[in-house]
Design a protein around this ligand. Structure first.
Ligand SMILES: NC(=O)c1ccc[n+]([C@@H]2O[C@H](COP(=O)([O-])OP(=O)(O)OC[C@H]3O[C@@H](n4cnc5c(N)ncnc54)[C@H](OP(=O)(O)O)[C@@H]3O)[C@@H](O)[C@H]2O)c1
Length: 286
């Protein structure tokens, strides 16, 4: 049985490592057949939590690409109901750029389109992709609360937020998860209190870019200390970095991205690595 974690206050358990599906839809994505094989490999290995967003695509002409891909990958699976999909709204992709738009009207349109693209009646976890400096956070989250009351979404998550923003949102609607950039080389959520706040408040902390990010993961691959500890466990530096995140808290849910089957199956094996106390001390100082 793979290591499980409780998904915030949702009452559901998910595998302690999820799949970040973004690389399957950006410019350098694999072809559709190979992308579906990556999602299926994750599920065949026992994974059941997939992170996506309406804007995981090349530009705003194909918004929903990643969600439609996941829908296709799950279509004929007999046990697809055990898979939890977490999607997001609140960005746009004009000319391939990334722009925040957490206007309530756009959030509603995005959510309703995501329901169609995912082929679901209700989205289990809907995350605000990022707060919008032009829109009061209470207005954005207020719309998510209404979507929840209408049954279009079951649980609300936030992304790219501070402790203060989580507190503001919690006054409007219960928050199940917070998703921020977090990996062994970029530890801001530990130093700014977000990881601890989530722990105190029964909120899952979803670590995005957990092996360094779409463009920067090479830094992990070439890290001397990670490689040395990896050798001791017959593991890669990526696996050590993921095992370290898991060891930092039971509520931490890393979602490594993958465009290759080997990347996600290797990441999942990180759930079997137990780092010793002295190894954790070395990694904490890295
Ligand atoms: N909320 C947000 O604002 C936000 C922002 C960024 C990302 N995210 C989410 O977080 C997920 C992860 O972030 P990310 O994809 O940017 O970066 P990442 O997880 O740090 O991974 C980047 C790349 O590292 C490679 N990799 C991952 N695990 C590996 C392993 N065990 N062994 C070898 N290579 C491995 C993969 O390469 P290959 O492609 O070659 O397989 C992957 O595409 C995204 O997919 C997305 O769902 C959210």
């Amino acid at each position: 049985m793979l290591k499980q974690t409780r998904l915030g206050n949702s009452g559901r358990q998910v595998t302690a490592i999820g799949l970040g599906a973004m690389p399957l839809s950006l410019t350098d994505r694999p072809n559709e057949h190979d992308a579906i094989c990556v999602i299926r490999a994750f599920i065949e290995h026992g994974g059941n939590f997939i992170d996506t967003a309406n804007v995981y695509c090349r530009d705003d002409r194909e918004v929903g690409h990643n969600e439609r891909l996941i829908n296709k990958a799950l279509k004929d699976l007999h046990d697809k109901h055990r898979i939890i999909i977490a999607t997001k709204g609140g960005l746009r992709r004009p000319r391939g750029g990334w722009e925040v738009d957490a206007n309530p009207h756009w959030l509603r349109l995005s959510c309703e389109q995501s329901l169609k693209d995912l082929g679901q009646d209700s989205i289990f976890l809907y995350q605000l992709h990022a707060p919008d400096p032009e829109v009061p956070l209470t207005d954005s989250v207020g719309e998510l609360s209404r979507l929840r009351q209408e049954g279009k979404i079951r649980h609300v998550g936030l992304s790219n937020v501070t402790v203060e923003e989580i507190e503001t949102a919690m006054n409007v609607v219960p928050i199940t998860s917070v998703q921020n950039r977090c990996n062994i080389l970029q530890r801001k959520p530990f130093t700014n209190g977000v990881v601890e706040f989530c722990h105190q408040n029964e909120i899952s902390f979803i670590a995005h870019s957990p092996v360094g990010g779409h463009f920067d993961h090479g830094k992990l691959a070439s890290n001397r200390i990670l490689n040395r500890l990896g050798n001791a466990h017959q593991a890669t530096s990526y696996q050590v970095a993921l095992a370290w995140l898991l060891a930092c808290g039971d509520h931490i849910l890393p979602i490594p991205g993958a465009s290759k089957i080997t990347s996600i199956t290797s990441s999942m094996n990180a759930m079997n690595i137990e780092l010793a106390k002295n190894e954790l001390e070395v990694l904490n100082r890295l």
